[in-house]
Design a protein around this ligand. Sequence first.
Ligand code: NI
Length: 429
Amino acid sequence: MWRLRALRAPTPSVSCSLLPCGACLRRKHVERDVGDLLIAQHHHPVLVEGIGDLFELLVGHARRDIHTHPELAFQETRTAGIVAAELTRLGLAPRTGVGRTGVVAEIKGGRPGPVLAIRADMDALPIHEETALPFASEIAGQMHACGHDIHTSTLLGVAAVLKDLAPQLAGTVRLIFQPAEEVLEGAAAMIADGAADGVDMAIGFHNHPDMPVGSFGYVRGACLAASDRFDLIIQGKSGHAAHPYAAIDPIVAAAAFVQEAQTVVSREIKPLHPAVVTIGQFVGGTTYNIIPERVHLKGTVRTLHHESRDIAEAALRRLAEGIGVSMRVKTEMTYVRKVPPLVNDDKVLDPVIAAVRRQMGDVISEGEASMGAEDFAEFAARAPSFQLRIGSGQPGRDDRLHNAFYQPDERSIGLGVQALSRAALDLLA
Ligand code: NI
């Protein structure tokens, strides 16, 4: 069972209106009250607040431990060890090494039914933390600046709740702790190792500092973009800057390509289908008076629709070839499709929204799609899925993801546990 000895004692500020503070540290009260809450069919804000804080105690320690020891993509061995140990303590049988450093465990319900996957990501970013928090990263140049420590802890909390309530479930909950989301490769690696086999529906989630803690969000249809990338080598012929006629200038050709690439969005893709083409790197040349041999461009392409994704790739390849003809350079395009758009399915989205409302009241609202990407899309491409947005903005702060000062509100863990646990109970009712 959960390691309560690792918890901080509750402070007077912790609101435990229905849970006397002394009881917070006793597992049987935790079990009983969490169970009562989750099987309650009506909104009870006081209890919700108490449970949110309780889960901060329950799960916050795991979060802070993981936060202090962030690990980059496919290096999440310590984190996976914590996850596997906690799942084992809960009486589950986690499988490690799935997709290199991922962990999978299943909670089998009391009755047969579909398989619901709930996925959290575990990896950190190559950012040097500057929060000065007492539990800040101890690893120079690495930080949980996207809140994947929050996600991992939240899913551990869901595991604890649903393990207790398993007899009520008609079906199986598959808990997926995924590595390497930030490089958009962990989901594919886990799927290659069977993590999505037999999954009938899936829920992903992400913390949102742009939404206040306590709020939740959703987007109907495509919510995050396909993320593709390309490298374009433009090979010219080097020479003296004073004699361009005797050379072939790849810089002018590359500049023309950068301009033309902007016409993909403005002239080739439907205006009602969002798309972005960004050239993020332009490398070529050494000094004032030399026309270089080659230029190397790197770009990213984001699209919300499969059709636009195809159009953009075809257009960029064609424009690169065209530059070759018109500017006499040789071009070599390497185009890599990373992840598809993340498309929410109403079959999962609607029941989850209803579950969040039933659990916590009118706290979930519709948001806008983002041109960011997330490889939960790989799971969503294989089974009806929904990505839940969980507000993590601290009152009085204006945090952003991937920022060295990022401080999500830890109460989002307990609130996320409630939302996801209730959703699982309803989807497997
Ligand atoms: Ni993230």
